[in-house]
Design a protein around this ligand. Structure first.
Ligand SMILES: [Zn+2]
Length: 228
């Protein structure tokens, strides 16, 4: 049996292909390949990694380093959807230290600083999960460096958005004396997403719903910081 295809049929098929291609291209991010360089770029730092697992969940036994990476990757995807460029300090479960270094923690932190300084990012978001001996301690909180005007502004915007979405969060951001805040002149915040030492909060922290809500809140604060 022969199927005859005339010119009108071919043109109709081509139009369909172009329309479907255009729609799918928009939905599946093909558009991004043609988009210009992002105006804003940020560093997302997933805390810990490698031999340094960070805090450990009392209920699930999950390592902080693992959850940090999940949150960092979720935040990266959300930011990129809004045209914000992202440089990650780590994209897998390995630490950033030189394996031959005698002080691996220092080596790891120094590498993070190098990535921040060699990037063209204009701010830094470091992702961590908190832990405290008292199991009742709870609440997501954002930290910034003492005297950091832009860092405080960013921290306040992100904290406000987190509180809006997550009622159990701490009400205000706070000064923190941490390497990731002090190692750069760029506005830098640490988001402690919740307490792994609190069984109820741990259950929330490992859920996709909490992770997505929290990462959206961080993105929302960043967009306000950029007046986007
Ligand atoms: Zn941590």
């Amino acid at each position: 049996m022969f199927i005859t295809i005339n010119r009108r049929t071919i043109i109709a098929i081509l139009i369909c292909v172009l329309i479907v291609g255009g729609v799918c291209g928009t939905y599946f991010g093909v558009r991004a390949s043609a988009s210009p360089k992002p105006i804003h770029t940020i560093v997302i730092d997933a805390g810990h990694g490698g031999i340094d697992g960070g805090a450990v969940g009392k209920v699930t036994g999950v390592d902080e380093s693992h959850i940090n990476l999940e949150y960092a990757q979720t935040l990266k995807a959300l930011c990129e959807n809004f045209g914000i460029g992202v440089t990650m300090t780590r994209s897998d479960m390995n630490g950033l230290y030189d394996v031959t270094a005698s002080n691996k923690k220092r080596s790891d932190m120094e590498r993070r600083r190098q990535i921040i300084e060699s990037s063209n990012a204009d701010l830094v978001v470091s992702i961590h999960m908190n832990s405290y001996p008292l199991p009742s301690a709870h609440g997501a909180q954002v930290f910034y460096a003492q005297g950091a005007g832009s860092g405080k502004r960013l921290a306040d915007l992100v904290q406000t958005e987190i509180v809006r979405a997550i009622p159990s969060a701490r009400k205000t951001s706070s000064v923190g004396d941490y390497y990731m805040l002090n190692c750069t002149e760029k506005p830098s915040i640490i988001v402690e997403c919740g307490f792994l030492s609190n069984p109820e909060e741990e259950k929330m922290l490992v859920s996709e719903e909490y992770r997505t809500t929290l990462c959206y809140s961080i993105l929302s604060g960043i967009l306000q910081y950029y007046d986007m």
